[in-house]
Design a binder for this molecule. Structure first.
Ligand code: GCV
Length: 857
């Protein structure tokens, strides 16, 4: 395999050249076989691609009328018409004309029920068609086969158009068409956590669509595109700024800027909402107080809201985060959230606006030494006693779990605890604690479990989805809010497969009874086409990914084991203890888990209805996946699965990491079926994920092995036969350092090249048996530099790369730990290998280890 006699430079180039040639040959083969003839895509079109259907599928739709008639006029109806012709042209090819008067012959007739009724006198629409619901049906008009898309309002017509196009794009049968849909929820909303400087809190896909440099962007075309995307899944409201709100947005001179965003949204039926800071009356108007019961404060809110509606008549309302994580709130004046919510709600009421008050209110200075303290209790303890005191245009916005978007939490008991108050659940589309769109973690199966969970209020069936919709306690408003945080990345959420979370959120907000499987299949077909292999493969990857992610990050309901004090990304189990943030897992030498029982713990369990509480109170009836959320148990406690807790932690981390690696192979089976641009983008991310899952696996397993003192019965933890630690290599210039926290690096140590050196070298001899190996170089890629690396086998350059990823760390730790894989190298025992690193400022070309794995034949 070695190419002796060539110059170093030539040998290295030859090796890289050879690999590129192989890739090129594969592409040529795929193109020649017709498999690879798919157009490159950026992902910007998301699920609204409207790419031409294959001729056989197209033939199914040959009877679709080529004339579209819109009855009525409004910006939303104009969008609906435009979308319909755009979609049909794309999918079916040829011309689709529009008309405003009825001609003889087949036509697609669209408009509100009232206006369509003026054209078809004897139309019988479904009796329950209401609100934003729509009806798509075949009709025979004067002997011509026609299609009607109608709704009580123009928003519904637009939703009907999107639904109709989706059916065609997914090759659904349109015979005997009569589809009637009414959304389950009035609230179908996304929140963006965008800041005026253009950054997005917990956003992982580039800067804000709305703001830059303290202003609303001049070019809002992406904001308009976003509204179109939202409308296509029935989302009707978007709050555009961070809940950690900047009061500046409410200043008089800023309102015209905000109005421009509302105008970009309006043609798509999306209403604008804003997050507000409760201390605004003080901060903006200089009032001496922001006490919600002070008449000057009430007057300020009233005239501010009036001014806002003068600019934006269809303004949706405000979102409030108060008394939480350092935000100002009514507690400063001894007032309640109801006092604070109601003063603003009263100002909004005459204009039809809503006030979304977040129940994410907790003390982040809790005394961790007190075993009775429990952050999970906060929302219910604060809001349940206020049930009935909120104005009827207040909606309590409740995170789905009692902590904070962890990979596994029980459903927030507050959802069952409000009966005289409107409520909406807050789900997190942006993957803050679930891999930040660098890991595939499709959240729909989790959301479905939450929405289907039965709260058993008064011993009756009271599923979360029906509590939210307002159906059970006859509340006028209710539904779903998703924290979406899309950015300027062409693909909106950066990871092409993460877009399934945004799509799925919208579909569940519309109809929470849909199954995760059904929604997933819709998304995959729309995003990647209808080929059965593609659909089955991607669906299987998506539907398994939450469980995979959970397996290597947060076992048995222990909550996230991520670094909660910083990035919320890589492993950092220590960070959840001995601080006031309250995300405790209580792992010590004897056992792990928070005791939240009534009998011996914090009493949190009592916040559920008696039937649910009974289930969670007992360690025997608590399901394994939530055991450590509710109970503190010894590591040797036997789960329902028959394993001990500690062995489960080891096994699930190894299993999760190996299933993350299998995602790569699953995706590779689609080469040529997916356009090359998206194929490579996803592949690169999955390969990274597989590598980072190993960081998680090793960090968590080693941490628990140390704290529990109980070894892995399979002997894997702490033993890595194919691994050569960097600190054990022969070092030239590199110096050994302790990585913090220790579990973030293999053996707790790495080597780094001082920034004063031009380059450093780490070398060693391969001691394994001869064969072909994948060589993984584990290094640290910080965001504050671009180090360069070269790997040599003997004198031959076998790889070179730059540490140019944008991982969330400025030091070598579990967030910046990544790997470069050199695949399929033939090695002899005794071969000399060396890594050369060139630092770049604070990024010191740090290395952790090199690992050899037998390559696939
Ligand atoms: C917007 C978590 C996040 C914060 C976020 C907060 C919230 O704590 O880490 O970034 O703040 O939730 O939902 O208010």
């Amino acid at each position: 395999m070695r190419i002796s006699g060539l110059s170093l430079c030539w040998a290295g180039s030859w090796n890289l050249f050879w690999r590129r040639l192989q890739a090129f040959a594969i592409t040529l083969f795929l193109l020649a076989t017709g498999i690879g003839s798919v157009q490159a895509e950026t992902g910007q079109a998301a699920w609204l691609r409207y790419v031409p259907l294959d001729p056989a599928t197209r033939a199914k739709y040959s009877s679709i009328p080529r004339l579209v008639m819109r009855v009525g006029d409004s910006p939303v109806l104009a969008s609906a018409e435009q979308e319909l012709t755009r979609g049909l042209r794309g999918l079916l090819g040829g011309e689709f004309r529009t008309s405003t008067s009825l001609n003889d012959g087949p036509v697609i007739l669209m408009g509100t029920l009232d206006s369509v009724g003026t054209v078809i006198k004897d139309m019988f629409s479904p009796l329950n068609l209401a609100g934003d619901g729509y009806w798509i049906a075949d009709a025979n008009m004067g002997g011509s086969a026609c299609i009607i898309i109608t709704s009580p309002n123009d928003h519904g017509v637009l939703y009907g158009v999107f639904a109709f196009l989706s059916k065609i794009a997914r090759a659904e049968n349109l015979q005997s068409l009569s589809e009637f849909q009414v959304p389950a929820n009035t609230i179908r909303m996304v929140d963006q956590w965008d800041n005026l400087d253009g950054t997005i809190e917990r956003g992982y896909a580039g800067p804000s669509l709305f703001f830059e440099n303290g202003r609303v962007r001049e070019d809002l075309s992406r904001a308009a595109e976003y509204a179109r995307l939202l409308a296509s899944v029935g989302i009707n409201t978007c709050a555009i700024n961070n809940v950690n709100a900047n009061p500046r947005l409410l200043e008089k001179d800023f309102l015209p800027q905000v109005r421009r965003v509302a105008e970009a949204f309006r043609p798509w039926g999306v209403r604008l909402a804003l997050s507000v800071d409760l201390s605004s009356p003080q901060k903006i108007a200089g009032l001496p107080t922001f006490d919600p019961l002070d008449p000057r404060v009430a007057a300020w809110w009233q005239h501010t809201v009036d001014a806002l509606y003068a600019e934006i008549p269809d303004f949706a309302g405000f979102v409030v985060k108060a008394d939480s994580e350092g935000r100002a709130g009514p507690a400063s004046y001894g007032r309640t959230p109801a006092d604070a919510a109601n003063v603003i709600a009263r100002a909004l009421k005459p204009h039809g606006g809503l006030l979304f008050y977040r129940s994410f209110v907790y003390d982040h200075h809790l005394d961790w030494r007190n075993p009775k303290n429990d952050r999970a209790r906060a929302a219910y303890d604060i809001f349940h006693p206020l049930d009935g005191q909120f104005a009827d245009n207040v909606v309590i916005q409740i995170k789905h779990g009692p902590i904070d978007f962890q990979v596994r939490e029980p459903v927030s008991p507050l959802i069952g605890g409000l009966q005289k108050t409107n409520e909406a659940i807050e789900l997190q589309i942006t993957q803050e604690y679930t891999g930040q769109q660098r890991h595939l973690c499709y959240l729909l199966p989790m959301w479905k479990q939450v929405l289907d969970f039965d709260m058993r209020n008064a011993g009756q069936s009271t599923p979360v989805r029906e509590l939210l919709s307002g159906k059970i306690y006859q509340r006028p408003y209710g539904g779903l809010v998703g924290v979406s945080n899309v950015g300027m990345d062409p693909n909106w959420l950066a990871h092409p497969l993460a877009m399934a979370n945004l799509y799925g959120f919208g579909r569940l907000a519309w109809d929470p009874t849909l199954s995760a499987q059904a929604i997933t299949e819709e998304w995959t077909r729309l995003t990647f086409g209808n080929h059965a292999t593609t659909v089955d493969t991607i669906d299987a990857m998506l539907l398994s990914s939450w469980n995979i992610y959970e397996s290597y990050t947060g076992p048995l309901g222990a909550g996230t084991l991520a670094d909660i004090l910083g990035s919320h990304y890589g492993p950092g189990p220590e960070s959840s203890e001995r601080n006031g943030w309250g995300q405790w897992h209580r792992a010590d030498n004897g056992g792990i888990g928070m005791d939240r029982s009534v009998a011996t713990g914090t009493g949190y369990v009592a916040q559920y209805s008696p039937a649910v509480a009974k289930h969670y109170e007992s360690v025997e009836t608590t399901p394994d996946e939530l055991l450590l959320f509710f109970h503190h148990v010894p590591y040797t406690y036997k789960l329902h699965s028959g394993k001990t807790v500690i062995q489960h932690i080891y096994d699930s981390h190894y299993d999760g990491a190996s299933r993350a690696a299998a995602l790569v192979t699953q995706w590779q089976s689609l080469q040529g079926r997916v356009d090359q641009a998206r194929y490579e983008d996803v592949l690169r991310r999955l390969e990274y994920q597989a590598g980072h899952a190993i960081v998680w696996r090793d960090a968590i397993c080693n941490w628990f092995a140390r704290i529990s003192g109980i070894p892995d019965e399979q002997g894997r933890v702490g033993h890595y036969p194919g691994r050569v630690e960097a600190e054990d290599m022969e070092l030239h210039g590199y110096v050994v350092f302790d990585v913090t926290p220790w579990e973030a690096a293999s053996g707790g140590k790495g080597v780094e090249c001082p920034s004063t050196s031009e380059s450093c070298m780490a070398s060693f001899h391969f001691t394994g048996t001869p064969g072909r190996y994948d060589i993984d170089v584990r290094y640290f890629d910080q965001s504050n530099g671009v180090s360069q690396f070269r790997a040599y086998l003997g004198d031959q350059l076998i790889a070179e790369w730059s540490a140019d990823d944008h991982l969330p760390a400025t030091v070598p730790n579990a967030d910046s730990s990544t790997r470069y894989r050199i695949p399929g190298m033939a090695l002899e025992t005794g071969d000399a290998l060396r890594i050369e690193g060139r630092p770049d400022g604070p990024e010191r070309a740090a290395l952790d280890y090199v690992e050899f794995t037998a390559a696939n034949p």
